[in-house]
Design a binder for this molecule. Structure first.
Ligand SMILES: O=C(O)CCC(=O)C(=O)O
Ligand SMILES: [Fe+2]
Length: 354
């Protein structure tokens, strides 16, 4: 496990919800006050969800003509897109989904054996950002950095290897795809391999770091007053997301509002994260997104948050900076930025503004 990344969590431990008891959401018949967002949520969601009129673009990575064109448009206007023909086999995705399902369907007490410590980076628990809000979110998560072997052993002492094998295979596929996506996005900005030294001699991004975040959203007795994950941007360079066959993810478009992203079989969602926004000197926004929950069906998602190697400072690429386009952000490492996000959250990006 990369020590630097967990350092960020250690120096900024999760705010204590001492007054809020950890609850097994899967067993609750009523929404407890600790999870009832009512008034906060109406502030958050003034814009109506006008689905059907606007759809997150689907980009065919095998289409050399339209693919790049659509991609630039998606990156500029949405800060997100879906991809098909991405080269990751459905089988690998579904094996990982099955492993995640198996994990979340363990009894609550069992899952707590792999609980994420307050100052820890990995394991089972509420999504980390929940610590910044007065209310809890209607979700449970499992965070994996590197090998999950330690936690897998806690969960399945006699049979932990299959979970580790599937995870390793999925992480490998995601890392490869993330590198490929990085170049597709960067090339759309006119950036070449010579422009990014930390990508390595062949531009493979070998030392980049990935965090695999498994999310589970149990059925909710009062979905209008609850939220799966509150609106946020990802702190990554980019995030590759698989959602199980159940909607819930919404992305925010200025002047439009919240737009649902219905799952498309075989497609993966890609979010531009804050660090890629900085790298692009503000040309590509990081997408604001959230997750709503529902009364009838459990939902699962798997987010692969892809970031630069530890110690690498991310700053606007010099090719994108000139007299008319001064750098908008000061340099920052991923670790430092995670620390800022943990303290400042919505204000973290603007705190880096020059
Ligand atoms: O569940 C989802 O669709 C999104 C999850 C997410 O935004 C995250 O893990 O950062
Ligand atoms: Fe996210």
């Amino acid at each position: 496990m990369p020590s630097r990344l967990s350092d960020a969590f250690e120096t900024h431990p999760t705010f204590q919800h001492h007054h809020i008891q950890n609850l097994d959401l899967n067993s609750l018949q009523h929404l407890p006050d600790s999870h009832a967002w009512a008034s906060e949520l109406t502030d958050y969601s003034l814009s109506p969800d006008i689905n059907g009129l606007f759809n997150l673009p689907i980009i065919d990575l095998n289409d050399p003509i339209n693919g790049p064109k659509h991609l630039v448009h998606a990156c500029k206007t949405w800060g997100a897109f879906q991809i098909i023909n991405h080269g990751v086999s459905n089988q690998v995705v579904h094996r990982m989904e099955a492993a995640a399902k198996k994990l979340f369907s363990l009894p609550y007490e069992e899952k707590l054996k792999a609980e994420r410590f307050e100052d820890g980076a990995t394991g089972y628990g509420p999504i980390r950002i929940s610590s910044l809000f007065p209310k809890r979110m209607w979700s449970e998560g499992f965070t994996i950095v590197g090998s999950p072997i330690q936690h897998a052993r806690e969960l399945w002492p006699d049979n932990y290897t299959s979970f580790c094998d599937v995870t390793e295979e999925y992480q490998k596929e995601m890392k490869e795809l993330a590198g490929k996506l990085m170049w597709i996005v960067l090339e759309s900005l006119g950036i070449t391999k010579e422009d990014i030294s930390w990508a390595g001699p062949n531009g493979e991004f070998k030392d980049s770091v990935g965090v695999l975040q498994l999310n589970s959203y149990p059925i909710c007795p009062d979905p209008d007053r609850a939220i799966g994950i509150v609106d946020h941007t990802d702190s990554s360079l980019l995030t590759i997301l698989h959602q199980s066959n159940q909607s819930g993810l919404q992305v925010f478009r200025e002047e439009i509002g919240w737009v649902s992203v219905p799952p498309v079989e075989g497609a993966l969602v890609v979010n531009i994260g804050d660090l890629l926004h900085i790298l692009s000197n503000g040309l590509y926004p990081s997408v604001l997104h959230r997750v709503v929950v529902n009364r009838d069906r459990h939902r699962l998602s798997m987010a692969y948050l892809y970031g630069p190697p530890n110690n690498v400072e991310i700053s606007p690429l010099s090719k994108l900076v000139d007299h008319y386009h001064p750098p908008l952000y000061r340099p920052v490492t991923w670790t430092e930025y995670l620390g800022m996000k943990a303290k400042l959250f919505y204000k973290a990006l603007s705190a880096l503004r020059l």
